[in-house]
Design a protein around this ligand. Structure first.
Ligand code: FAD
Length: 366
């Protein structure tokens, strides 16, 4: 039976472990410094909203295209996974359109004629009469919001049910993963393949040291107040290029996430109180019902937080590589779309593992 070690227990590592386990016939161990339940700035997944707002350009959209049907099915059929349907609203501000704010409007999410209009259910352009003040144009569609505090442990549970084992470990070099399998036999067993889902820390992991990977810092505020109806996001803010606006209410009492920021190269793990005030002000402006028109003083804060998105210049890295004699399949660098692309990426990882195992089988017969 092929032995596989998955490095990383964020949404990328857990989804890969699950898809490899579902395939059957693999012995899988997940090894990680951080596991669901931990909150640490080095561990991105718990900090995400998370919702589905497709952001790739058409040419790179395969990961999100393949993932959406799975997340939609989970929202419909598996309430215990912590996803629920919410209406997403994508709003292009008049100011951004007039000034040709390239950075904001170049994102696949804000395209005037987006590829995802065919993918997302109930997609519709908003008529002028429904546009808030200062908004040039926008669209609406059915999406999901994921309560990450429920979803990540749910993934662990699904994996455990299929025999995946879990082990804490801190690796200095990717090749150490090979010897960390908790294989069914009590003797040590070298892994045939290692899956590298180390997220942002791929930039510091020996044997990988990817200098194209760095953080895009995201600060959030999680509140008890409820945002009714929809999840809005705008193409820009008046508070600087690193700041963005979004609001989403998590399923199963997970609170409402107010965001945010997108600050590249910023490693600061501490919430900045000035930024927090700006986030709350923008959220209450977009969703006055959050505080019944009373302003930010009426927000009941559960937590201020910071997560570091694993940004990678040139995009996600999903490929196989032989490092010091060990086959490694990389799957890291998902920036702000790790959940909404998770199953698509995991599917590709499974394909690459199959290629490696077939190749090894052929070579051993020669
Ligand atoms: P991580 O979650 O960081 O996991 C990495 C794992 O690797 C951890 O278990 C870590 O311990 C382990 N690891 C790394 N190096 C080592 C080592 N040397 N030894 C042992 N273990 C190691 N995405 C969406 O799809 N939708 C959203 O709405 C969304 N909103 C976001 C909002 C914010 C504020 C932030 C910060 C992110 C958001 N994202 C969203 C992005 C998403 O959270 C990330 O893309 C995703 O979590 C990355 O997951 P990952 O598994 O690759 O990395």
């Amino acid at each position: 039976m092929p032995t596989i070690v998955v490095l990383g227990a964020g949404v990328s590592g857990l989804t890969c472990a699950l898809e490899l386990a579902r395939q059957g016939g693999n012995d899988i161990t997940v090894v990680a410094k951080h596991m669901p339940g931990d909150y640490d700035v080095e561990y991105t997944s718990p900090w995400a909203g998370a919702n589905v707002l497709p952001m790739a350009l058409d040419r790179d959209s395969c990961w999100e295209r393949r993932t959406w049907p799975v997340l939609r099915r989970l929202a419909k059929e598996a309430p215990e996974a912590g996803l629920h349907f919410q209406t997403a609203r994508v709003l292009r501000r008049e100011k951004d359109v007039a000034s040709g704010a390239k950075a904001a409007l170049a994102d696949g999410l804000f395209l005037q004629d987006p590829w995802y209009r065919e993918l997302m259910d109930d997609f519709r352009e908003l008529p002028r009469s429904e546009l808030p003040r200062g908004i040039h144009s926008g669209c609406e569609f059915t999406s999901v919001c994921i309560n990450t505090a429920v979803y990540l442990p749910w993934l662990v549970g699904q994996c455990a049910k299929l025999g995946v084992r879990f082990k804490r470990g801190v690796l200095r070099h990717i090749s150490e993963a090979r010897g960390m399998s908790l294989h069914r036999s009590s003797h040590g067993h070298q892994a045939d393949v290692v899956i590298n889902c180390s997220g942002l820390l791929a930039c510091r992991l020996g044997g990988v040291m990817d200098s194209k990977t760095y953080p895009a810092r995201g600060q959030i505020v999680v509140v008890r107040n409820e945002a009714k109806g929809f999840m809005p996001t705008t193409s820009g803010t008046d508070d600087g290029e690193d700041e963005i606006t979004y609001v989403m209410q998590r399923a199963l009492g997970g609170g409402t996430v107010l965001g945010g920021t997108y600050a590249k190269h910023n490693w600061d793990g501490n919430p900045d109180p000035n930024i927090a005030v700006r986030i709350m002000k923008r959220a209450v402006e977009a969703h006055p019902e959050l505080t019944g028109g009373k302003g930010i003083e009426a927000l009941s804060v559960i937590r201020h937080g910071v997560g570091l998105r694993p940004y990678r210049e040139g995009g996600v890295r999903i490929e196989k590589e032989r490092i010091d004699g060990t086959w490694v399949v990389h799957n890291y660098g998902h920036a702000g779309w790790g959940y909404q692309g998770s199953y698509g990426c995991a599917e590709r990882v499974v394909e690459l593992v199959d290629e490696i195992l077939k190749h090894e089988k052929r070579s051993s017969k020669l």
